[in-house]
Write a protein that binds this ligand. Structure first.
Ligand code: NAP
Length: 254
């Protein structure tokens, strides 16, 4: 949350924050969301999930005005994603796609090069596997890959023989939540690996879902944890908010 606020302010966005106690009532949280829905200064609303029990996060996300949804998680926006229609897309999947474009373009960011300079890669003919099928990451990233013409396998905890499914893939997206699940032997030479997982080991160290050290030697490109998909997710939150502002004001998004 701190990183989201810091990045928003650094890019010139004004932020409004409501820190609510864990025991907040349904009525109070509803009223806070409705207040931001009505506030004309606000283009992006983010409800930080998960909510403490017994509050139902999905039910509160449904209260956010879809045109102000910064996370792309409102059911209307998820439906528009399925239809391939314009709408805010979930931030982590957008971050994954942006990093994939960076890897496939071979252009390094920095020295004035920005994401808008990176061409959208053609994924026609590429095989992708997405491990994990959550609403937040796995499902939407699968649809974004499909939208770009990749052939996508959606794997999950009941998928048999994950290693051989992975070995067939040019693009591996791991969004599981199991430390170092994906091993170098599962990766085809030259594949691109996008590690969404954020797992804290008992030692306190943060690691992804992919065994980074060994896989980095085999992959064409791999995202580190921390410092890969996480910061790009924050960047996409800002991008979604700006795009919401454009849409709400009838400005064309190029
Ligand atoms: P989630 O809702 O818990 O979903 C995990 C998915 O992984 C489920 O679909 C589950 O399958 C599958 N899975 C679990 N164990 C598996 C196994 N051994 N083999 C194959 N599939 C398995 O998690 P999530 O919200 O998608 O998050 C996934 C990870 O990404 C977490 O580490 C989370 O912290 C991280 N994350 C990072 C960011 C970021 O900004 N970088 C954002 C969001 C999440 P079933 O459906 O069959 O149970």
């Amino acid at each position: 949350v701190a990183s989201k606020q810091k990045t928003a302010n650094a890019t010139g966005l004004e932020t409004f924050d409501s820190y609510l106690p864990a025991g907040v009532s349904v009525a109070e949280l509803t009223s806070v969301i409705e207040q931001y829905n009505r506030d004309e200064r606000v283009d992006g609303i983010l409800l930080q999930l998960p909510l403490p029990a017994p509050l139902d996060g999905a039910a509160f996300v449904r209260l956010i005005a879809p045109e102000k949804d910064a996370d792309g998680l409102h059911p209307s926006n998820q439906g528009l994603l399925l239809q391939g229609a314009p709408a805010p897309r979930p931030c982590t999947p957008l971050g994954v796609m942006a990093l994939l474009d960076v890897a496939m373009s071979g252009i390094a960011l920095g020295d004035g090069t920005t994401l808008t300079d990176i061409p959208k890669a053609s994924l026609a003919g590429k095989k992708a596997i997405v491990i994990g099928r959550s609403q937040l990451v796995g499902k939407p990233v699968s649809f974004l890959l499909l939208e770009r013409n990749a052939t996508v396998v959606m794997a999950h905890s009941k998928s048999p023989d994950l290693p051989s499914l992975c070995r067939d893939a040019d693009i591996v997206v791991a969004a599981v939540g199991v430390p170092n699940l994906v091993k170098a032997e599962w990766i085809k030479d030259g594949a691109i690996v996008l590690d969404v997982g954020i797992n804290r080991l008992p030692s306190g160290k943060l690691v992804g879902d992919v065994d980074y050290e060994s896989t980095a030697k085999k992959a064409f490109a791999i995202t580190p944890v921390p410092g890969g998909v996480g910061p790009m997710t924050v960047a996409m939150l800002i991008s979604n908010t700006v795009e919401n502002c454009y849409r709400r004001n009838g400005i064309e998004i190029v």
